[in-house]
Design a protein around this ligand. Sequence first.
Ligand code: ASP
Length: 310
Amino acid sequence: MHNNFAIAIHGGAGTLDPKTINSDQKKAYNDGLKVAIEAGYAVLKKGGNALEAVEIAVISLEDCPLFNAGRGSVFTHDQKVELDASIMDGFTGEAGAVASVSLIKNPVSLAKNIMVNSDHVLLSGVGAMEYAFKHGFKFESESYFHTDFRLEQLLVAKSQNRVTLDHNILIPKPIGTVGAVALDSSGKIAAATSTGGMTNKRFGRLGDTPIIGAGTWADHNCGVSCTGHGEFFIRNVVAYDIACLIKYKGLSIEEACSEVVFNKLAPIGGEGGLIAIDKQGVIHFSFNSVGMYRASYGDKTGLFTGIFRD
Ligand code: ASP
């Protein structure tokens, strides 16, 4: 069904075994998704723009310690938190991104500020943090970002000598990267994604999240936000590939997403998924993993939340 305005969000994709999540945890994740989607939807409902809606929804997910973005992010090998985020305005074609930043409460807002107020698209590390400081961004202490279950995950990943998607660690406290896509009532589309990356990643490693075209894309036809094993998403320029299949081949949003997620990524082991929205307000969720935390809210379709392939 088409929506006049709508928003979709994700909280990561991976091996989310229904047996490892009890009903309290399931409720907590669903509640976290609901708070975020309702915050984004409220912006659209009062006539706000898609860019603002995706930022607000992602901020809510960054602030929720259950999700791997902002507070509650996974640890690097050195037990540090390094955050990546990006945002794109499909109407203007402008984009902003940050990579490998620490202590920034809401990296998605820093990405947006870089888009709006600087001549650059992507700032990283110390340079990005200096920019944040100069623009009055809120810095938190290291302890704000640290959660015991992320430490547990790191210790397991280290003991297995693996770099993992956070939700693939066999600890019953999963959840991953976050993102949002939206269409507003004036027909503008936007997308945003934010993450702590992968557990046990090397210092300085970047995934697809801060790479425009890989983890995030928005134009006049669609908005896409990805989650999954970033190296595969970068090599396959996943978000932009979907936009190209729609623009140049005339595929529907569903056909384009399925082509990339199941025919391109899955055969080479690129585990993950994405959320997408088109200019008619059709929302599509696509994932080749066992599950993906996700929600949508459209003026015609109402509220939906989901975790597994249900
Ligand atoms: N795509 C993210 C990365 O590779 C991880 C995730 O989606 O959970 O950094």
